[in-house]
Design a binder for this molecule. Structure first.
Ligand code: ADP
Ligand code: MG
Length: 148
């Protein structure tokens, strides 16, 4: 695992990064999204969904915990574990995380730490004021080369 730092200057730029990732990420990938509320985690998922050709509106699934999108080029599993806190809820999320035919994007992965595979990609988004965000991606060299 190595890391790559990217600067985003708008929600659109973060969406574009997500679109690029859609083309590069192999199915079976798990992506952990770290960052405060409003950092841009869901925005990145929206870009990825767009890149997969998913036309449904992607929203934060905070109230559903998980949402599946099956109509794109690859299945997308969007999890927001915020409401699970440390409850260690056994609601079958493990069936979807690392699902070998889809891409799993997880907001607040720290609340379901036990379910996160060791090879998960880690993306940390920091709000640097206004529309400025720094995005750090920790993944394999091979993947980062294709993203840079
Ligand atoms: P999170 O899921 O991390 O809570 P959201 O993606 O829901 O965050 O919200 C991020 C908010 O910040 C959105 O309103 C978005 O338009 C705004 N925003 C402004 N600049 C950026 C940027 N560079 N990248 C991502 N979002 C941005
Ligand atoms: Mg969100």
């Amino acid at each position: 695992m190595s890391s790559l730092k990217i600067v985003s200057r708008s929600a659109d730029e973060t969406m574009q990064l997500g679109e690029k990732m859609a083309a590069i990420l192999p199915v079976g990938s798990t992506i952990c999204l770290l960052g405060d509320l409003g950092a841009g985690k869901t925005t990145l998922v929206k870009g990825l969904a767009k890149g997969l050709g998913i036309t449904e509106t992607v929203q934060s699934p905070t109230f559903n915990i998980m949402k599946l999108y099956l109509k794109g080029k690859k299945p997308l599993i969007h999890i927001d574990a915020y409401r699970l806190l440390d409850h260690d809820a056994d609601i079958g999320l493990d069936e979807y995380i690392g699902y070998e035919e889809g891409i799993t994007m997880i907001e607040w992965p720290q609340y379901i730490a036990k379910l996160i595979p060791a090879d998960a990609i880690k993306i940390t988004i920091k709000n640097n004021g206004d529309d400025l965000r720094s995005i750090e991606i920790e993944a394999s060299d091979k993947l980062l080369e294709r993203l840079a």
